[in-house]
Design a protein around this ligand. Sequence first.
Ligand SMILES: Nc1ncnc2c1ncn2[C@@H]1O[C@H](COP(=O)(O)OP(=O)(O)OP(=O)(O)O)[C@@H](O)[C@H]1O
Length: 251
Amino acid sequence: MADALRVEGVAKRFGALTALQDVNLHVGRGEVLGLLGDNGAGKSTLIKVICGFHRPDAGRILVDGIEVVLRSVDHARSLGIDTVYQDLALVNELSVYHNMFLNREHRIGPLLNNRLMRRLAEEHLREMGVDIPDVTVEAAKLSGGQRQAIAVARSVYSAARILLLDEPLAAMGAKEATIILDLVADLKARGDVAIVIIAHNYAQALQVCDRVAILQQGRITFDRPTAETSVAELTDLMVADYRGRRRAAPG
Ligand SMILES: Nc1ncnc2c1ncn2[C@@H]1O[C@H](COP(=O)(O)OP(=O)(O)OP(=O)(O)O)[C@@H](O)[C@H]1O
């Protein structure tokens, strides 16, 4: 079966700066790829190319083996590619269930069908194993982990089949991170979603990812199954990268 997502020879330049160069990646359904890399390595740029925000200057993207030219974020979303950003996940002032149906509200005539949305949100969150005791509370009242979990559940509910998680674990305590790691593990077990996670914490990434890839100065320099690497190896690689760049820096 073709990979859910394939990135082949992708390059992205911003003026004189080459943010991505000859990037090759693949993720299958039911697979979780961890994308690691130092600040400025190109992780967010790569995610933005895959989600249709940036047009690549070279290379191609294949979804289920078919080349796609992503015209916009909405176009990518219509093909099942969705991104969850750490800070922009939910609208604070809205309830959990209104967030679940943001821009896709159920209505009876001009009025919101709150009863239906509330019931569907409860059902779906329960199905996904996301524990939210009361879906009528404002999103602002929830913890970071719960908010992320709701955003991920919403993407899956709206038919995302390639899910890009931009630093979902950043700034989270161990308990909070566990909510997300468990959710990703559940999604993996479903087998129909391909997941790319940008992570800074290698130990957490290795817990849930099937493979890890490292971006260094816009290039993929490492792509290996989790079982064939370790936190120590990844740390060594990143430290070597950092030292190499410091030596190369002018002055
Ligand atoms: N819109 C843009 N215009 C110009 N340069 C950009 C733009 N977006 C990113 N860059 C540059 O491209 C390079 C890669 O940035 P990117 O944000 O992808 O890195 P990153 O690995 O996600 O870093 P971080 O972990 O700090 O978020 C950086 O040098 C950055 O300054």
